[in-house]
Design a protein around this ligand. Structure first.
Ligand SMILES: C[S@@+](CC[C@H](N)C(=O)[O-])C[C@H]1O[C@@H](n2cnc3c(N)ncnc32)[C@H](O)[C@@H]1O
Length: 294
């Protein structure tokens, strides 16, 4: 068995596990944009990775700006686009803490950052810089869709998830562990192991890092401090008909954020066009805990 580190150096295996929800995610983002945002065509994806969502959005005619710190992920993202998609997409290296583009200020209809990537930002200052920077790029009425897991600080056991994927003849088994939350340090130790086996391959790609932790109250304070208000909140089920209800124990959250100045009056429910008001809620599927992470 050959040992390797950093799964982001191996985008094809990362995507074999994490790329399976792509179409559903873009459907969900489009529906959110119609219901809560401008419905416009300019999207931004901070930490866009290997570009699965960039490609799917561009395929549907949206104009997409994406950035990431990993050159390997960006190279994979560029390679996957058709010439027509490339004309609608701008990709570049940058960090979530500091991304800025004067030409993009006030131009973005929808920004999104799903699958807990936001938790890489390892301090309150870094998280706030990222949110404030992204807020400045939004159009009036634009939204930032931010998906990550909240932390149960009382949790007494590590979390574990296992997923299986396939790349050609290679089988990919992914095991992710989240250690116990360190309440004072506001972080959890993370470990991901990708075992890749095929006709001429037996790899173990192991990646370790820390994720920042958020209780519901900690997330709410951060959003407020960054000048964003929460219009609504969903789960990783990506079900428009099942917003998270007050007191829900679900920890997987997709926050719909909008700059304070243009948000709705405090108690008004977010407007829903008649076409998007659907039948009563159905039961939600089991919670995906971690499908996230680095
Ligand atoms: C879980 S992947 C998500 C990729 C993509 N958004 C997706 O949904 O498939 C996390 C990505 O965040 C990038 N990343 C981590 N920390 C970052 C930072 N501080 N600034 C920019 N990108 C970062 C990694 O390189 C990686 O590509």
């Amino acid at each position: 068995m050959e040992k390797r580190t950093d799964w982001y150096e191996h985008p094809q295996y990362y995507e074999a596990i994490f790329g399976t929800d792509t179409v559903r995610e873009v459907d969900f983002l489009l529906a959110l944009s119609e219901r809560f945002g401008t419905g416009g065509k300019v999207w931004l994806e901070p930490a866009c990775g290997a570009g699965r969502l960039v490609e799917e959005a561009a395929r549907r005619g949206l104009r997409v700006v994406g950035y990431d710190i990993s050159e390997a992920m960006l190279a994979h993202a560029r390679k996957r686009l058709t010439p027509a998609e490339r004309r609608r997409v701008k990709l570049g290296p940058s960090r979530m803490e500091s991304f800025a583009d004067p030409a993009l200020e006030g131009q973005v209809d929808l920004a999104h950052c799903l699958v807990s990537t936001f938790r890489y930002l390892d301090s309150e200052a870094a998280a706030r810089q990222h949110l404030e920077g992204t807020r400045r790029l939004l159009k009036p009425g634009g939204i930032y869709v931010l998906g990550f897991h909240l932390t149960d600080y009382e949790r007494a056991r590590p979390e574990h998830e296992r997923w299986v994927g396939q790349v050609g003849e290679d089988r990919v088994v992914c095991n992710t562990n989240e250690g116990l939350p360190e309440r004072r340090a506001r972080r959890s130790a993370m470990r991901n192991r990708l075992r890749v086996t095929g006709p001429d391959k037996d790899w173990l790609i192991e990646t370790q890092w820390h994720f920042r932790t958020y209780s519901s109250a900690q997330a709410a304070k951060l959003f407020r401090d960054a000048g964003l208000r929460v219009l609504s909140c969903f789960t990783f089920d990506y079900d428009m008909d099942a917003p998270v209800e007050r007191g829900s124990l679900r920890l997987d959250r997709v926050f719909i954020l909008q700059p304070d100045a243009v948000s709705q009056p405090e108690d008004a429910p977010p407007p829903a066009p008649a076409s998007s008001r659907k039948a009563p809620k159905k039961a939600s599927t089991p919670q995906k805990r971690l499908k996230t992470s680095r």
